[in-house]
Design a binder for this molecule. Sequence first.
Ligand code: PEP
Length: 257
Amino acid sequence: KAQRTPLIAGNWKMNLDHLQAIALVQKLSWGLKDVKHDYSETEVAVFPPFTDLRSVQTLLAADKLSLVLGAQDVSPHESGAYTGDVSAQMLAKLDVHYLLVGHSERRQGHGESDELVGQKALAAHRAGMVPMICVGETAEDLEQHGAAAIPLAQLAAALAPLPQDAEFVIAYEPVWAIGSGQAATPEQAQEVAKAIRESLRELRGDERADATRVLYGGSVSSQNVAGFLRQPDVDGALVGGASLKSDEFTRIIQFKK
Ligand code: PEP
């Protein structure tokens, strides 16, 4: 665990226009400056909607801010007749570093298959970005198959097209915990994060398994974040609702204090 820098990531989902985005990033970076946050100790990333990316990129560059930029989705195609889609190249040009793929809201609301998630991860990798692959079981899956089976199947499918040397991050997000206020327990998160790492060991070898960050997501707050980060196989958090409030997100980022 020592070799993996914790990562706290804020998924804004479809919230905040570009002016509100600028205001939030400013408040967040000022707040983190106030508490003398060490970005090399805990990495911080934000995932704004597409329409905000250019504004946030400009702000980060102009003020030399150390927040890392992520995007919430990507087309699996390079370019062409795909109305409404956004390519990996376009996002890479905006200094996007992380790319969320396979979020349960896209799997459910847009019918994204495991195969498509893998193609999106590949598109992100080819454009020089790091896919953040989301996996997680529904309440029904949990009852029928236990916690780890579905996330592990989703993981194997998403990794299949990625070359062996590709870097990626995994976000374990039990669907029943997302936006429900009912987070998993730290022990539940650890159990699946450990199974994910064991699976990575088989699929990608020890070096990749030891270096890859596995985040927990699902109703993370400043009250429960430390419990997750104390687990040996949990290396960070993917935060939805609580990342929209700069004070609360700052407290989450400062989970050690
Ligand atoms: C998410 O959507 O990735 C998420 C974890 O949301 P929330 O923190 O609001 O449960």
